[in-house]
Design a protein around this ligand. Sequence first.
Ligand SMILES: Nc1ncnc2c1ncn2[C@@H]1O[C@H](COP(=O)(O)OP(=O)(O)O)[C@@H](O)[C@H]1O
Ligand SMILES: [Mg+2]
Length: 291
Amino acid sequence: MALVLTTINMKGGVGKTTLTVNLATCLAKNHAKRVLIVDLDSQISATLSVIAPHDFSRLRKGRRTISYLIDKVIRPYITRKYSTEHMIVPSVADVAGLDLLPGDIELYDEYTIAETLYKKATKEDMGKFSRVWQQFESILIQTVLASVRDRYDFILIDCAPGYNLLTRSAIVASDFYLLPARPEPLSLIGIQLLERRIEKLKKQYNPHLNVNLLGIVFILSGGMFSGRYYNQVMQRIEQDFTANKIFKTRVPMDVNVAKAVDNFTPVVLNTPNSSGSKAFLKIAEEFIQKV
Ligand SMILES: Nc1ncnc2c1ncn2[C@@H]1O[C@H](COP(=O)(O)OP(=O)(O)O)[C@@H](O)[C@H]1O
Ligand SMILES: [Mg+2]
């Protein structure tokens, strides 16, 4: 059974997608693991990091994206031809063992979800609405992944910024979460807020739910590599988190990382000798050690 991991941070632009895609690529290519990338962000950055836009358009026209599967859970009364295995694009970026469950620019219709759950709740009594909602949230992503879990070693889920329905559902479906962050005071507060929310989810949904932080990966922003301020921030981080919850490798700012996106190829394949690529290779090694 695959180990399921979710990459989260309520902030956008902190390197969630870059981490997910490059870690997944390294695990498949350098460690011969079977890996599935799941794109839960309607900005479809993870999808477009490994397949070209015209290929994505073709998939979308054929309704071969995760949207179809989410809708299937929301409206189970409609008969469907396809299941999760039909939606998966195998060997993306020409890497054997690296598969993608493509994202979509329209992931779900909030109104339909609310209406469906409302109907379900009112059949019994209104006090049940929050319970019906929670039940739905807790099974949504689990249901989408259930039939393919035994085909992979790792399933890496890339989430949108914020803390939406899909993110919460992905957390509930996960064994671990990965937290990319910049070493800044406000992002530390963000991490603490997120941890509190996840604790709340655990209590709310499932007392047996056992999702844990695998580690924080620091992405260094420009100008923060050295100096007193950076050291102060890192000291605070080391006080707040035990050493095993922080990846030793930090991802440097490297223009090659940003440029790789232009070729719809992860940087570890596009410019394997760049400093960014080397960091992701080391992170993959640390990751294997940790899990
Ligand atoms: N180490 C890095 N060096 C340079 N650019 C980076 C690096 N990591 C991410 N980027 C760029 O920063 C932007 C945001 O990264 P992304 O992974 O999409 O963040 P998120 O998924 O958290 O929104 C992207 O344009 C990406 O190419
Ligand atoms: Mg992203």
